[in-house]
Ligand binder design. Structure first.
Ligand code: MF3
Ligand code: CO
Ligand code: CO
Length: 329
């Protein structure tokens, strides 16, 4: 990527709102990072133009015959449900999770240079419906699409739009399916074309961080052990762990009150129990863990503009460890 792309970025005035939508003044937000990318000192090895919001297509319809979660019409989730599932609930959750894993695979197979994130949303939407499911993100707290597509410095909750994926991008696809009365949630980060070695290392480290988090799951242990294992691995690589977004209890509700931090938070003393179901979904950053939100109210980005990668599974705590539910049946 040449200097040209970097220098064509139009920059706000020092006291104008930052282009990232954080609501902060430019000088308090991205000015320094931008300056570093534009010749103030050695250029970063992979200076990219900042991602900008694109155009979002009209809302996709779900056939009336598909059972919907409680928020589908209103945008407001109500269901709660227990964090420890019965065998019957687990069987239903397994089916929702298997469908989500399939939708993620099918959508991920379509990732290539030039495809828009909106086209990926269309694919995920269609495959979910084909399996008899409702795409959980659609109208969840007003979210406009069926899939989250988080490119480069986007941490999570990127909204699919008309931006074609570019050679060298990394993109997380986050799929959640509501089926049999349960939500199954998983995500993975994909490489678009030729990604530079640093980007590939980041993505591999994020994959390993999820594996370390899962390996820390065992009944009788405090929930804090999960984030402890993840943070230890990320730190070893010099990477950050995002704090603003956590794993979560899941089942009849997309997100229950149960939180699973991905950094080490010793205050998370609740013990894991067999039958508990939750996600682990660490967001791992090349630089600082600090986040900002675009003024679309959803898109979470790194404050420093460096990249973030994420992988997610839905898990059930077993008698000995964890069962990964978001695998294809
Ligand atoms: N799937 C995301 C998670 O892992 C949540 C997306 S909420 C949405 O928790 F509204 F953006 F879809
Ligand atoms: Co999740
Ligand atoms: Co998710």
């Amino acid at each position: 990527m040449g200097d040209l792309e970097v220098t064509t970025r139009s920059r706000p005035g020092r006291n104008d709102p930052c282009w990232c939508g954080s609501g902060q003044k430019y000088k308090k937000c991205h000015l320094d990072a931008d300056a570093r990318g534009e010749g103030g000192g050695p250029p970063p090895p992979h200076a990219r133009p900042a991602l900008r919001p694109g155009l979002v297509s009209p809302r996709r319809a779900v056939p009336a015959a598909i059972p919907r979660p409680d928020y589908a019409a209103t945008g407001r989730p109500r269901a709660q449900g227990k964090d420890v599932k019965t065998a019957e609930e687990l069987a239903r959750l397994r089916r929702a999770c298997q469908a989500a894993a399939r939708v993620l695979r099918v959508t991920g197979e379509a990732v290539r240079v030039g495809i828009t994130t909106d086209a990926l949303d269309e694919l995920a939407h269609a495959e979910t419906i084909r399996l008899g499911g409702y795409p959980s993100p659609l109208n969840y707290r007003g979210y406009p699409k069926s899939l989250c597509t988080s490119v480069n410095e986007v941490i999570c909750h990127g909204i699919p739009d008309n931006r074609p994926l570019e050679d060298g991008d990394i993109v997380n696809l986050d799929v959640t399916v509501f089926l049999d009365g349960m939500h199954g949630d998983c995500s993975a980060t994909f490489l678009v074309g030729e990604v530079d070695p640093e980007g590939r290392r980041l993505v591999e480290a994020a994959r390993e961080c999820l594996a370390k988090g899962i390996a820390a799951v065992r009944p009788g242990r405090p929930i804090s052990e999960i984030g402890k294992a993840i943070e230890a691995h990320a730190s070893k690589h010099g990477y950050g762990v995002v704090r603003a977004y956590c794993g979560h209890g899941i089942g009849e509700s997309f997100h229950t009150a149960l939180q699973i931090p991905h950094h080490h938070d010793p205050s998370m003393k609740r013990l894991m129990e067999p039958g508990m179901t939750f996600t682990v979904e660490p967001m791992i950053t090349e630089g600082s863990w600090e986040d900002a939100i675009w003024n679309d109210g959803w898109t979470a980005v790194t404050r420093d503009g460096k990249r973030s990668a994420q992988f997610e599974h839905t898990l059930a705590v077993t008698d000995r460890g964890a069962e990964i539910l978001t695998v294809e049946g």
